[in-house]
Design a binder for this molecule. Sequence first.
Ligand SMILES: Nc1ncnc2c1ncn2[C@@H]1O[C@H](COP(=O)(O)OP(=O)(O)O)[C@@H](O)[C@H]1O
Ligand SMILES: [Mg+2]
Length: 214
Amino acid sequence: MFTIAMIGQKGGGGKTTTGTGLSAVEAVRADLAALVIDLDPQANAANWKDRREADNPAVVAAPASRLRPTLEAARQHGAQFVVIDTPAKSDSAALDAARVADLVLIPVWPQIYHLETLPAMKDLLRIAGDVPAYVVLNALPPQATRQADEAKSMIAEIYGLPACPVHLCDRTIYADAPALGKGPQEVDPYGKAADELARLYTFVIQHSKGIPHG
Ligand SMILES: Nc1ncnc2c1ncn2[C@@H]1O[C@H](COP(=O)(O)OP(=O)(O)O)[C@@H](O)[C@H]1O
Ligand SMILES: [Mg+2]
């Protein structure tokens, strides 16, 4: 079982969008039994699942205090790809999730109010045992290739955190698809968001051991 924690101090960075998009589309497309564990009391991922027709991924809402037993139940039920979605402004839930994860993703917008939260994320990751972690730049202007490269270098140089080589651009389909309980790739399988999420999945799955790359 491969477990990814989506964490970040700021609301709106894209934890739920990236987490459901990764699991809903790509892991399921790769024929994996996927699960989202929604630790956020706002329950965006669980509500997304209520609007969704497809069975996979399963989504369970749980308090952070129930994370370990929930993961154990997932393992026993044969879950292969697990995304833990966490609330903003909750270091304890983020820490709980990072501690049990194989990989941590920190989606942020390329803006100072988001970037200046990264030192606290770095401290949190150290406490969690320095689990592999990447900052995922989200909502970049689609044409801003140079800005993306600069932001990735800055994250590595100034904040000392690895930046995921794949970033996501600002596209309305990321905001529209969840209203239908879908991932962007299910709405437009050949669109640019689908391509971004497929590349992000390919990057992410490299950190798993023994899970098919799809
Ligand atoms: N790449 C993107 N392009 C356009 N809208 C986005 C993108 N990523 C996220 N959003 C929108 O931004 C808002 C916050 O994203 P969300 O995933 O809920 O963040 P978080 O879970 O970190 O609070 C949502 O309304 C979502 O639809
Ligand atoms: Mg969220």
